[in-house]
Design a protein around this ligand. Structure first.
Ligand code: GP9
Ligand code: MN
Length: 634
């Protein structure tokens, strides 16, 4: 743009500059945003620009008279937004989202103390506003003429370029940033606090629209399907663990291929291998997660519903009605909790756990985390287990709880002192390092059992261990081929989605351990737990089956539509024979193709339409709510 053009927008540029600097200062002083390298700092620094140029740029469509006034007003609005986030962050250590604004229980905590959350220094937020106000009337900043169409186009082209440059850089730092929507902190860090709000609004309106279109009739067909496919629970094991505590160990990135496997003569998972000899173990058990990774596995385990094909349900549908395990178990006197030494807002857990009915979430703030006891993503698993058992010992019993490990997470970092096995030797650093971190996690699980056995909790619990999702992606196929000593075909890729599933019932499984080869998946975990506890779930809408049931179909469907049956694997339109790993006639897989699709679709319909609000106890509440709103509107 020429000099003349610049002078036309000098007020706009100044307002942008002020707000940009102010936002960056707020980032550095009011939010706790972890920066790991220079690129991340650079992204953080530039990320407010595109939004600010855009919002102020709207003024360019206005008459000269109104333009600067609009920009001034927008500055106040943006400052207010920033300030609201600052104040909210002071209390909740988190950024504002629309569901949070409407989550009255959260706001209730803030209550009358809201004024107390403002600090005198907050007034500094308005220094630039005062300057802008003073300049508003100055002739130098009064633009005399309208921007030409060309100039305007150039301006918005520039805004788009800045935005895509920012997004591109962010994507290289965090692939699938927007589709996976990991964490608010990560989004703010990469696309700015402002664009994060826009993203949040889009996400919210999408879910609200789908919800608004659904009604209770949408559920009938699904109910019929679920009822027709319901299986009787196991004859022998139903109620065998009645009244016991339930402890779930969500083992990060643990795949089956390391179980009972050795590297250079050394077992990779010696403890789990021994534990299996005292437990029920399923060797054909699959994870069913999508982009929501750990959070998806949690969702499946608590609800026996499938996660979504796109995005993380923990983010997209966190204000739905669910009848999750904590809620069901509450009626049987159970206290529910989660242990995970990470930032509570990661995967939107803090919000979602409330929705699911958890009584308590022990997050990173409940742990003693130091430089020495941390690696990679945070607190090392052994220290995590050590501290968690102390908390568990104090939980009201009976309880339902889940421990989520962290050390065996990409990029699989580990200090030399914790390496109990050599790295693998291949072209993939990821797979090479995976071996020692898995070995370390195995040690952490051993530590957990050792410590738990010293309490009286152990004998009165059932302990269920499972891998949350794959750890080694297809990008490492060459290295995996070297490790497994065979070619990785699409068939093998599906078989690599097997994760360990171990059910350990002290006093029961140690006397009669068993390895099962029937096909099952994470979707079956909840019905299995309920059956072991002797709790009837025949009224629940769930897609899984008690794995011990004699009628359990040897079938499971993965989130991408692939499925596995007793003898076949179906993926990417091809049917494989499990015995040979070779392609076989599609007709063999055909009977299950419809079922696989239908289950995923029904589950999606439930989530997108928030259909469980029309079911059981929730339906009564919904009815009552509708009645009051119709009387009010009369
Ligand atoms: C983060 C941990 C890892 O809290 O659960 O998440 P993932 O990347 O595996 O989904
Ligand atoms: Mn995970």
């Amino acid at each position: 743009m020429r000099k003349k053009s610049f002078s036309k927008i000098s007020y706009l540029l100044l307002a942008t500059l002020f707000m940009w600097i102010k936002t960056y200062i707020v980032y550095k002083t009011s939010f706790d945003i972890k920066i790991e390298n220079f690129t991340q700092e650079f992204i953080l620094f530039i990320n407010p620009i595109s939004f600010l140029l855009l919002i102020f740029g709207v003024g360019l469509f206005m008459k000269e008279k109104n333009r600067n006034r609009y920009i001034f007003g927008a500055s106040i609005f943006v400052t207010g937004l920033l300030l609201a986030n600052m104040v909210f962050y002071r209390f909740f250590n988190d950024f504002l989202t629309i569901p949070v604004l409407f989550q009255t229980s959260n706001m209730g905590d803030l209550g009358s103390s809201i004024s107390g959350l403002f600090l005198p220094t907050d007034l500094l937020m308005f220094v630039d506003i005062a300057v802008l106000f003073w300049l508003l009337k100055k002739p130098t900043f009064k633009s005399s003429s309208q921007l030409t169409r060309k100039e305007r186009s150039a301006y918005f082209l520039l805004v788009a370029a800045v935005f895509f440059f920012n997004l591109g850089l962010a994507e290289t730092e965090r692939p699938q940033l927007l589709t996976r929507s990991f964490d608010r902190e990560m989004l703010v860090k990469n696309i700015s606090v402002f664009n994060f709000h826009i993203y949040d609004v889009i996400l919210q309106s999408k879910t609200s629209a789908q919800r608004a279109l659904a009604d209770s009739n949408s559920l009938t067909e699904i109910e019929n399907y679920v009822n027709a496919n319901r299986k009787e629970p196991s004859q022998d094991l139903n109620g065998i663990a009645e009244g016991r505590n339930v402890i779930l160990l969500s083992l990060e990135s643990l795949q089956n291929f390391v179980i009972n496997e050795k590297l250079n003569g050394q077992e990779i998972t010696p403890f789990l291998n021994d534990l299996i000899k005292e437990s029920y173990y399923f060797e054909n058990f699959y994870h069913q997660t999508g982009q929501g990774k750990t959070s998806d596995s949690e969702f499946i385990v608590d609800n026996s519903l499938y996660p979504l094909g796109r995005g993380a349900v923990y983010f997209t549908n966190s204000s739905n009605e669910y009848t999750a395990s904590p809620e069901i178990l509450k009626d049987y006197g159970y206290y529910s909790s989660i242990f995970h030494a990470n930032n509570k807002s990661f995967w939107n857990r803090d919000i979602m756990y409330e929705t699911l009915g958890y009584d308590r979430f022990y997050d990173v703030n409940d742990y003693e985390v130091t430089e020495e006891n941390s690696v990679g993503w945070g607190l090392k698993d052994i220290d995590f287990m050590e501290q968690t058992v102390q908390h568990i010992d104090e939980l009201p019993q009976p309880f339902y709880t889940r421990l989520i490990t962290l050390t065996n997470h990409f990029p699989f970092e580990l200090g030399e002192e914790d390496k109990m096995i050599e790295e693998f030797d291949s072209n993939s650093k990821t797979l090479n390092q995976y071996i020692p971190t898995v070995r370390y996690m195995d040690e952490a699980v051993k530590h957990f059992f050792d410590k738990l056995k010293q309490t009286d909790v152990y004998e009165n619990s059932i302990i269920i261990l499972y891998g949350d999702h794959y750890g080694i992606s297809e990008n490492h196929n060459v290295a995996m081929e070297k490790f497994l000593g065979k070619e990785i075909t699409p068939f093998e890729t599906i078989q690599l989605q097997r994760v360990p599933f171990i059910v350990h019932i002290p006093g029961v499984t140690d006397k009669n351990p068993q390895t099962f080869s029937k096909v099952a998946g994470q979707i079956d975990i909840r019905p299995t737990i309920m059956s072991l506890l002797g709790i009837d779930t025949s009224e629940q809408i769930q897609f899984g089956t008690d794995v011990f049931s004699d009628d359990k179909l040897s079938f499971t469907v993965l989130r991408d539509g692939s499925f596995i049956t007793e003898n076949n694997v179906y993926t990417r339109g091809v049917c494989y024979d499990k015995a040979t790993g070779e392609e076989t006639d599609l007709a063999v897989c055909d009977p299950y193709m419809e079922k696989a699709k239908q289950e995923l679709n029904y589950s999606d319909e439930i989530i997108y339409g928030d259909l469980l609000r029309f079911y059981g106890k929730e339906a009564e509440a919904e009815d009552a709510e509708q009645k009051t709103s119709t009387t009010e509107s009369k």
